[in-house]
Write a protein that binds this ligand. Structure first.
Ligand code: DGL
Length: 283
């Protein structure tokens, strides 16, 4: 079981931002990543749909790849399905992601924190519970960004990459414009929580729109640390024989645009296109 891979999934390429942190924190582990791009974006689908997709992907990763742990590298799927996944697989290590409000509290100087994410995540009960638990600690401004994850997904396509990047900037200008003033002054938002794993790949555009002094907070590193802790506690952590080439440790699957996943994997993880394969379309 120690030799088994860790399964990671997202609605598309966004979870690669979590995989970046996972492979650094777990240098001897193998990973199988499922990009559910054929069904993206999740953020604008029903909870039931996202739950069904999450359960089907988990079943497949367990049956076909014998995973020893599952990382739900998607805020929307975590909000809609983590409970059902844990019920269905009580013995599997399952780690989810949620908008990093608590880490943002430690960083913000003005006490005004912005949170961006999908409608699915920010409208979920799970997020509302998290937000209410922190009321009084800071002022949170929450903004759902319809269309942003999709624009980021499409930005990997080199043919329309430039257009997609412009679209990302336009969307960011419009959504952050609705949130109020960003800056370091009293009452201004100085910290922005990226509550969707796709948004990590729009960091350059975000800093361009908001200025380089605004803190952007994502969840990759804490999720990787938590995964390591749980594997260690279960004596399932693979340690030797030292770091192997990344291309020998990661296998990526997509049921959508394979070229898009290949471009993203090369750009963000330095992986060759041959690490990406078409996923079983029956899942
Ligand atoms: N990357 C996902 C998240 O963290 C979902 C984006 C989407 O498919 O809408 O929420």
């Amino acid at each position: 079981m120690i030799e088994s891979p860790i399964g990671v999934f997202d609605s598309g390429i966004g979870g690669l931002s979590v995989l970046q942190s996972l492979q650094l924190a777990l240098p001897a582990e193998h990973f199988v990543y499922w990009a559910d791009s054929g069904h993206a974006p999740y953020g604008e689908k029903s909870d039931l749909f996202v739950r069904q997709r999450s359960l089907a992907i988990a079943d497949h990763l367990i049956r076909q790849h014998h995973i020893k742990a599952l990382v739900v590298a998607c805020n929307t799927a975590t909000a809609a399905a983590i409970h059902a996944l844990r019920q269905q697989h009580p013995h599997l290590i399952i780690v989810g992601v949620e908008p990093a409000l608590k880490p943002a509290l430690k960083i913000s100087q003005t006490g005004h924190i912005g949170v961006i994410g999908t409608r699915g995540t920010l409208g979920s009960e799970k997020f509302h519970r998290l937000l209410s638990s922190l009321q009084g600690h800071a002022h949170f401004t929450v903004q759902a960004c319809k269309g942003l994850a999709l624009a980021i997904e499409q930005s990997t396509d080199t043919a329309s990459g430039n257009q997609a990047s412009q679209r990302i900037t336009q969307l960011l200008e419009s959504y952050t414009g609705e949130m109020g003033q960003f800056g370091q002054g009293p009452g201004q938002i100085d910290t922005l929580v990226l509550g969707c794993t796709h948004y990590v790949f729009a960091q350059n555009e975000l800093q361009h729109v908001l200025g380089s002094k605004i803190h952007l907070v994502s969840t990759g590193e804490p999720v990787a640390r938590q995964t390591r802790r749980l594997l260690e506690a279960a004596s399932l952590l693979r340690e030797g024989p030292g770091p192997q080439a990344l291309s020998a440790r990661i296998s990526l699957l997509s049921n959508g645009d394979l070229i898009g996943l290949q471009a993203a994997a090369t750009r963000w993880l330095g992986l060759p296109p041959s690490n990406c394969q078409r996923a079983d379309s029956h899942v």
